[in-house]
Design a protein around this ligand. Sequence first.
Ligand code: ATP
Ligand code: MG
Length: 415
Amino acid sequence: MRYSKMFTKTRKEAPADSDSKNARFLAQAGFVQQLAAGVYSFLPLGLRTLRKIEAIVREEMDATGAQEITMPLLHPKALYDATGRWEKIDVLFKTEGSGSKEYALSSTAEEVITPLVQSFANSYKDFPVAVYQMRDKFRNEPRAKSGILRGREFLMKDLYSFHLTEEDFLAYYERMKEAYLNVYKRCGLDAIVAAASGGVFTEKHSHEFQVATEAGEDHIYIDRETGEAFNKEVIEEADHANEEKYEIKKAIEVGNIFPLECRFSHAFDFTVNSAEGKNIDVIMGCYGIGISRLMGSIVEVLADDDGMVWPKEVAPYHVHLVALGEDEMAQAESLYADLQDAGLEVLFDDRADASPGAKLKDADLIGCPVRILVSKKSLEAGGVEWKDRSSGESGIWDLGEAVERAAQMLVEENV
Ligand code: ATP
Ligand code: MG
């Protein structure tokens, strides 16, 4: 991509109301733009990163045997009458259609997926089933804040699993924990699995995936002896008096997995016949990842004072190629073509009207893993200057080896 052709531009100033690193840097670099509190457009650079996170989530979910679908975002009220959640979900956006028909905007999708799977899975032979989607969710959060960390419209992966035995459910639940940890790792984050109370659904524990950072609004309690983590609520239930036992960390909840038991299958009379003709219950689980929140969390955890630092798997481009002067442009042009031929994704700052300082500042702000600079100085030194955005390491590559070296760097771990 040629920077000169990108319709978005970096901005010198952060939006006045930026209350967090992700709100500031994502807006300044032109990744997102706020339309209203908690409501964002994703612009070309931001959308590339969001799609890459989606692709990671898709790969990890598919690997568990789950199948992707999309479900409508407009949910008829009657479905909520069956589960009793029309009044219970306090963040539900409600709207009226023609003929005074009432609808909710999807805040989650148990009311849709349960009857949907029920319509296909009518024999014990049809189980287990796991289905997911990646679509916007709407929640009328009282306080939208921290950029894309807490939105009123945001992107979530929601997966629902259906089982006929507790054992089968638990095996899948554990498999999902593994898949979640893979997702976060590939996004450059260490997530902590914290036990949480089951909320309105169940007496049993659910699990949250928490990324420790000062920017988080949650508090997790880590047992100093065993390393086990809990969310605050649980702690309050179970071990209230013993808080010095735990290390307390601020964290962002980037995912959540929940045993639903028969809460929703019962609401829709979803049972099936066993081989012996006996009626058996359908046990469900639900599994969410806030994809847009995850993108904001990567910024919160990895950014430095100069801007964002994207891990290679989720960076909008692998290489940020900068040509400093007019004479260097021709050299950079041919390198741009060669890097792309080698399969690398390149953002090429080919602007003629931007100062060297502005170009270098923008490269740091946007945060691609490797910057390659073609300047008079680098050419005198025999080639191009490379810089690793994350470690700050830099050096000179001969012109002839630059493509190969860049490719090597981007397939190595931890770039
Ligand atoms: P929170 O406790 O942060 O309000 P939640 O427990 O209500 O979230 P879930 O219903 O489990 O969240 O949703 C699954 C995932 O979706 C969460 O783990 C989180 O990563 C993400 N998420 C939830 N609410 C928001 C929001 N308002 N904006 C962005 N992401 C969200
Ligand atoms: Mg929560």
